[in-house]
Design a protein around this ligand. Structure first.
Ligand SMILES: Nc1ncnc2c1ncn2[C@@H]1O[C@H](COP(=O)(O)OP(=O)(O)OP(=O)(O)O)[C@@H](O)[C@H]1O
Ligand SMILES: [Mg+2]
Length: 233
């Protein structure tokens, strides 16, 4: 087992009096793909936001490569290589595709080359306003920004949401490539498990703010009860 890049320890988050995460432990080994699954409202997005520093925990901690991130603000976590593609994409609709990429890329020329290599369609549409891209193209742009930033930990929240099956496959293939060619560590949140199970080395299931299961994709697929209870299968 490789060293842990990310350790989430006994993490609890509340919004006012409503508990969203309750004592969650989770490990993302360096170089792995980890899927975080679970029904609506389970706390998946909250967990990613807590790792990114966008919501404060009321208890527990987040550790990156052995260092606690307690008190480290979101922008500094981004500088440390923690990158979140949020639900709803997080792109700037009134900027062009090229400007959206510019804001995110660590090194312009190298970053652009990689982005165009992964996403030729974005190269063709550099001058177009991001808000006028199709939903699927916007999702690609969000992924391109993240890939171009060369993060240590790439977190993606429901990347496949609302996309046609062909595009979901393209996204899955891109993530696979990023993982294999660049050994990126990826933490994926998906409500629909197929894409995540295809990519993941390790799966965690959250339900109502608690971790209810952790294991390998094959074990999960083999468990009718788990699939029916938590994955709507
Ligand atoms: N800003 C907020 N204020 C109050 N409650 C919130 C807020 N954000 C999330 N919650 C609540 O916290 C719980 C967990 O929400 P979260 O968005 O993390 O779930 P999720 O697993 O990502 O769900 P989904 O699959 O629907 O995206 C839910 O009950 C939600 O209503
Ligand atoms: Mg969510």
């Amino acid at each position: 087992m490789p060293a842990a890049l990310l350790e989430v320890e006994d993490l609890s988050v509340a919004y006012g009096r409503i508990s969203a995460l309750d004592g969650v432990d989770l490990v993302v080994p360096d170089g792995s793909v980890v899927a975080l699954l679970g029904p609506n409202g389970a706390g998946k997005s909250t967990l990613l936001k807590a790792v990114a520093g966008l919501v404060p925990p009321i208890a527990g901690r987040v550790v990156l490569a052995g260092e606690s991130l307690e008190g480290v603000p979101a922008h500094c976590r981004a500088d440390l290589g923690v990158c979140l593609i949020p639900e709803g994409r997080g792109i700037f609709p009134s900027l062009t595709v090229a400007d959206n990429l510019d804001v995110a890329l660590s090194s312009h020329d190298e970053g652009m080359r990689r982005v165009v290599d992964y996403f030729p369609v974005l190269g063709e549409r550099r001058a177009q306003l991001a808000g006028t891209l199709s939903g699927g193209e916007q999702q690609m742009l969000a992924l391109a920004r993240a890939v171009g930033a060369q993060p240590r930990l790439l977190m993606a929240d429901e990347l496949s949401l609302g996309l046609a099956p062909l595009l979901v496959r393209t996204i899955a293939e891109t993530l696979e490539r990023v993982h294999e060619e660049e050994s990126r560590t990826i933490l994926l949140v998906e409500q629909y498990a197929t894409l995540a199970l295809r990519l993941a080395d390790l799966v965690y299931i959250l339900n109502r703010g608690r971790l209810v299961w952790a294991g390998e994709p094959d074990e999960l697929r083999a468990s009718k009860v788990l699939v029916e209870s938590y994955l709507g299968g």
